[in-house]
Design a protein around this ligand. Structure first.
Ligand code: PLP
Length: 443
């Protein structure tokens, strides 16, 4: 309560803006995930590793636009690319040369030969699933229980499910995430637990016997919406083997991991190549963009016009200019080395705090991503996450961070995202603020 009152007193201009915004902007925000009770924080500007809200509060940004701004805010190389592109025109609904260069670079990084572009992660996963369905001639989609893959109907299933409704491991519930999602669509999406290849195969065999073999398995190679949950050794290899044996298209949803945990995302990091990948977030350097990569075989259904993979703004010149500058000038091998060093520093710092105060939890990190997980049990899937995370502590940690100049995504599901321009001071500030919270909690 004290921390809530403090944050409220520091954000009075945001409150006034919210009152105005609520007249014509539903809930005062552009997206439900930007909302917050009693009012959202409105941002004025960002530069490098810092952002400033409309009340003039400065924060080190560890939210980074839900993990999009690995380049940092207002990166000069991206600014230059946009300034060069703008006078040449910003939209033709016809490809520019930059689109080709970006596809070349993504193909090189992912080892997948064929690419298409979209404007968001949701569009990428929606199109990838359609391509997999057309390629296999099947309707069922298999996903990981608890995973978020965007806001289209097929994947708004089996996320955020209440613990008593989860079901057993071989019969996890298919439940819509919010209203407006047809039951017939929900029924076509089957969820299996993360880090359990045997459960996945058992479910596939049963579905096959029912004449409902999945078209695809869509999954994050490392889960990024239950904090950060890494794959257990051998898990991804087993999934690759199962999907190959059963003729199921394996889609790695790399909207969060792609360009964030390595130059070639989770595919490079874990050394397992899927049939398709989906990208968005980091790709556009802060401009809306997304991409789908795939094997020549799977993507043939796009090339032979079986599937319409379309969109007025696909490959938008501004987004592609930003993506090209990001890939070739900002997200270089040296940048990923730097991200690794920064992440090691923040993980080690947080782990030291946990041990110093004997807190129930652990720090985990990979690439530019990581989090402190408040749990005595290791989180390996949604079930362990649901069971073990201390919700109140997570909420308090968010408020504490906000009141001490650390901008984070609200909620216990979210991780930190570092940018290539994060300073050592920013990292040390994060650890110091965490230490102060731990001290206050254990006093
Ligand atoms: N896939 C994953 C793994 C995501 O984390 C998200 C968004 O957070 C999406 C897809 C959807 O992306 P977007 O919000 O750009 O539609």
């Amino acid at each position: 309560e004290e921390q809530t009152a403090l944050l409220n007193s520091r954000t009075v201009k945001s409150k006034a803006m919210y009152v105005h915004a609520s007249e014509h902007l539903s809930g005062g925000v552009a997206s439900s995930y930007q909302g917050r009770d009693p009012w959202p924080i409105y941002i004025d500007s960002g530069s490098g590793d810092r952002i400033t809200d409309v009340d003039g509060n400065e924060y080190y940004d560890f939210h980074n636009g839900f993990g999009s701004m690995v380049q940092g805010h207002a990166h000069p190389a991206i600014g230059e690319a946009l300034a060069k592109r703008y006078p040449l025109g910003t939209h033709f609904a016809a490809a520019t040369e930059d689109v080709i260069d970006v596809a070349d670079e993504l193909a090189r990084r992912w080892g997948l030969p064929k690419w298409r572009f979209t404007n968001s992660g949701s569009e990428s996963t929606m199109d990838a699933i359609r391509i997999a369905r057309a390629y296999t001639g099947r309707d069922t989609v298999m996903k990981i229980f608890g995973s978020y893959h965007g806001h289209h109907d097929t994947v708004m299933v089996s996320i955020g499910v209440e613990y008593d409704k989860i079901g057993d491991r071989d019969n996890l519930a298919s439940l819509p995430y919010g209203g407006g999602i047809p039951q017939s669509t929900v029924d076509m999406t089957i969820a299996v637990p993360f880090n359990d290849a045997e459960a996945m195969e058992r479910r596939i065999v049963r579905l096959d016997a029912e004449g409902r073999k999945p078209a695809c398995v869509i999954m994050e190679a490392a889960m990024m919406n239950l904090g950060v949950v890494l794959p257990e050794p051998g898990y991804l290899e087993a999934v690759r083997d199962i999907t190959t044996r059963h003729g199921i298209v394996l889609i790695f949803d790399e909207v969060k991991t792609g360009l964030a945990i390595a130059a070639g995302g989770a595919t490079e990091k874990f050394g397992v190549t899927p049939d398709m990948v989906t990208l968005a977030k980091v790709l556009g350097g802060g401009l809306p963009s997304g991409a789908i990569g795939g094997s020549a075989e799977v993507m043939s259904v796009v090339e032979d016009h079986t599937v319409y993979q379309v969109g007025t703004y696909n490959g938008n010149p501004l987004s592609m200019a930003a993506a090209k500058a990001s890939l070739l000038e900002v997200l270089t091998p040296a940048a990923y080395e730097r991200l690794g060093e920064l992440n090691d520093r923040i993980v080690a710092g947080c782990q030291a705090v946990i041990e110093k105060y004997d807190l129930p939890g652990y720090a985990v990190g990979i690439g530019s991503k990581g989090c402190v997980t408040f749990s005595t049990e290791k989180i390996v899937d949604y079930e362990t996450f649901k069971n073990a995370q201390d919700v109140e502590l997570c909420d308090l940690a968010w408020l504490w961070n906000m009141n001490h100049g650390i901008f984070m995504t609200p909620g216990r599901e979210e991780e930190w995202t570092l940018s290539v321009v994060h300073s050592d001071e920013a990292i040390d500030a994060y650890v110091r603020v965490f230490d102060e919270l731990a001290a206050a909690l254990t006093a």
